[in-house]
Design a protein around this ligand. Structure first.
Ligand SMILES: [Zn+2]
Length: 444
């Protein structure tokens, strides 16, 4: 059965590539909502196209008000295997690309375009894997349901709406992460802390997004700056000193891969204003990337240490300091526990606002889902890898009993969310074969 299905998949590969090229040519960046198209007309058109292709394969389809849709191969039993991916993409600046981001051009064995890896390529690979299995006569016991989300990159309203109308599948994988399998994802929390007042004439600014390590921080101070500068520079004009610190951007889930520019600035200011409680708090508590200075340094064996990133700093017109911190906490803890811990370690007159709580994801390595997928990967690739733990969040955490399975192979160049996003055509076929095997094993 699988040999036959894999041959059909291979024979149909050119067709798969053509369908993928067609989906890439819809610019599915989020746009203004219109009737029936909550995330813009292009995303709706792309969803309609993919559901049309699915229908021609003999799959039944459902369009959930343009928020998401699904295509499915009916099973003989009650249970459902979900495959969750998305058709929307992050924006791209054409001038930074070697080939047009919505051209779907092939050069040197690679298909270029926004969405080729994230996430249209892997979803089209899964669709053609289902098609090949169907043509080979596969009659699954579980219904195989491919769910095409339309708003993964900017708010996830797609899954919120879809799962308000449809039940969760019994087990699922999401081809929107890394191979072999991601089965542990830390909890994610963002905290805005309204600290106390800064000294008269002091203002600090850094960063735009909590989940990015800021590479630039500036502060203005009335008067002179004394003492160590920690690599920052100071210029003075008309009695005002300006401190400028530069660092290096990194994703907020891996703060140690960057250099946080705010750290130098807060150390300088704390040295210059030893009596100011706000500056002492920030300098003494908020600058450790594992939370140890703040006594929030949670850790567990399964997913490692908590990470924290002081991502955004602003000063209000009244001279109050407001900072936003992105925290990734280990899987053994809950959002509630995290929030209580932060509040109890922060002066009570500081206001702590929490946003975007996202509970950790954990599917045990010895579960049927993870062990089956790991086995498929290691057998096909002749490797002996273990499932992965990450600090980032994938689409998988939108539903229970779901893990990320591909599409990025270990050691492969990563172009997701970057200019010149592309999928190697050999990798595309290989991932489609792995998806075929996974669908067969999990749904048979
Ligand atoms: Zn994605």
């Amino acid at each position: 059965m699988n040999i036959k299905a894999k041959q059909i998949l291979k024979d149909n590969f050119n067709n798969m590539v053509e369908v993928l090229q067609n989906t890439i040519r819809y610019n599915t960046e989020k746009a203004t909502a219109v009737s029936g198209a909550p995330f813009g007309q292009n995303i709706r058109d792309c969803l309609d196209y993919v559901l049309d292709v699915s229908k021609q394969m003999g799959l039944s389809t459902y369009n959930c008000d343009g928020y998401a849709g699904h295509a499915q191969l009916q099973g003989t039993g009650e249970e459902v295997l979900g495959i969750l991916g998305h058709l929307d993409v992050v924006p791209s600046k054409a001038e930074e690309w070697q080939y047009p981001p919505y051209g779907g051009e092939i050069h040197n064995g690679k298909l270029f375009g926004r969405g080729t890896m994230d996430d249209k390529g892997p979803m089209i690979a899964c669709l053609f894997a289902v098609d090949a299995l169907k043509k080979a006569g596969f009659e699954p016991s579980k219904t195989v349901r491919l769910i095409f989300g339309c708003d993964e990159e900017s708010g996830m309203q797609c899954v919120t709406h879809y799962f308000s109308k449809m039940p969760f599948p019994n087990i699922s994988f999401s081809p929107d992460g890394d191979f072999p399998v991601i089965n542990r994802e830390k909890g994610i929390f963002q905290f805005r802390v309204h600290c106390g007042k800064l000294p008269q004439g002091v203002a600090v600014t850094a960063g735009d997004r909590a989940n990015v390590v800021p590479s630039l921080c500036t502060a203005t101070v009335a008067g002179d700056i004394q003492g160590q500068l920690y690599g920052a520079t100071v210029s003075s004009k008309d009695g005002i000193s300006t401190i400028t610190a530069t660092g290096k951007n990194a994703h907020g889930s891996t703060p140690d891969e960057g250099i946080n520019a705010t750290h130098a600035v807060f150390k300088i200011l704390a040295n210059n204003y030893p009596q100011n409680e706000t500056l002492q708090f920030v300098a003494n508590k908020l600058l450790s990337t594992d939370g140890s200075a703040w006594d929030v340094n949670l850790c567990d064996e399964q997913s490692g240490k908590l990470t924290m990133n002081l991502g955004v700093v602003r000063t209000t017109a009244e001279g109050q300091l407001v900072v936003t911190i992105d925290i990734r906490f280990p899987i053994s803890f809950t959002c509630e526990y995290m929030l209580d811990l932060i509040k109890s370690n922060t002066p009570s007159y500081f206001v702590v606002e929490a946003s975007h709580p996202s509970a950790p994801l954990y599917v045990p390595a010895d579960s049927q889902l993870v062990s089956t997928l790991m086995n498929i990967y290691n057998t096909a690739m002749n490797t002996n890898l273990e499932p992965l733990a990450i600090g980032g969040g994938t689409y998988s955490r939108c539903l229970p009993n779901c893990v990320a399975f591909g599409p990025l192979f270990p050691g492969e160049e990563q172009t997701i969310h970057m200019p010149n996003e592309c999928v190697d055509l050999n990798s595309l076929l290989l991932m489609a074969e792995l998806y075929l095997e996974a669908i067969y094993q999990l749904a048979k």
